[in-house]
Design a protein around this ligand. Sequence first.
Ligand SMILES: Nc1nc2c(ncn2[C@@H]2O[C@H](COP(=O)(O)OP(=O)(O)OP(=O)(O)O)[C@@H](O)[C@H]2O)c(=O)[nH]1
Ligand SMILES: [Mg+2]
Length: 308
Amino acid sequence: MFTYCLHSAVDKIYQTGRGSKGGTWLYKCQGLGNVEQIQQMANSKFEYVRKFETEDRCLPNCWIIVRVDGKAFHKFSDLHKFVKPNDDRSLNLMTKAAETILQEFDDIVLAYGQSDEYSFVFKKNTKTYNRRQSKLMTNISSLFAASYVFYWADFFPDTKLQYPPSFDARVVLYPSDQNLRDYLSWRQVDCHINNQYNTCFWNLVQVSALSPAEAHGRLKGTLASDKNELLFSEFNINYNNLPELYKKGTVVIKEQEVTSVQREIPKTDGSGTEEKTFTKKRPKLVALNVDIIRDTFWKDHPYILESS
Ligand SMILES: Nc1nc2c(ncn2[C@@H]2O[C@H](COP(=O)(O)OP(=O)(O)OP(=O)(O)O)[C@@H](O)[C@H]2O)c(=O)[nH]1
Ligand SMILES: [Mg+2]
């Protein structure tokens, strides 16, 4: 509105700078010829309200993690008849949405997802959005939700989307590489624990026809080994043979893809052209269902922790 009034007040105004929210406004006027007058108008008596905005820049030199999580997905998954306890369509759609985020943000070096959540790791010294938390998390959660909807029909061709899903987001900072690895280990252990419990629970309900309360009662106080034993003895399921996608979740990384191209270039002595081979490196997204707790993954992909 303000911009509109200002525009109508002068013959011609060019705006430069970073935009209305927090940036410097610079008006170059033609016609009116009075820059000071325009600056006075820009610094209106309402301008002070901007000072109420809080500084939310992430600490320097820390890994920045943005984690998105589906809102009330217990309801969303029921309504859309997700396979219990793991629906490949949903898990793969989540990864597709995550890949959209990795493509959009160059400084994200890794993403890890399971169930209805995905964590995105920005390199330690990223300058993306000037490290502003609110910018990072709102842009990621909105793009994630938009992508989830955008690609829905590719993964659920026979299921109509009943309502727009949404995802919350939070930012967490980790100062050390070990903290970052422990965070990712925590999420992967969570994936395994939930998967083990849910596999037992839904077999008790769907195969043994226990009520949900009875199934909960049956699993109360059991250890991991008890659950594996239950799966094997009652349902002939060897937990270790379940898909890695269910047990480990998905880690998406950017690997350098090296491609070679042949080009005709002029010879240095000017006598025509010659064919030369050039190599090009570009990041390629790779989704893996592997252990990210042990050292092997980090040794195989050293550039992740080396990125700064
Ligand atoms: N059947 C099925 N359900 C899933 C799958 N992935 C996620 N869910 C559901 O999504 C829920 C995710 O858990 P939470 O994020 O803790 O719970 P929520 O209902 O999303 O609630 P808030 O995140 O607090 O809004 C699970 O408990 C399941 O009900 C899947 O592959 N199959
Ligand atoms: Mg959720």
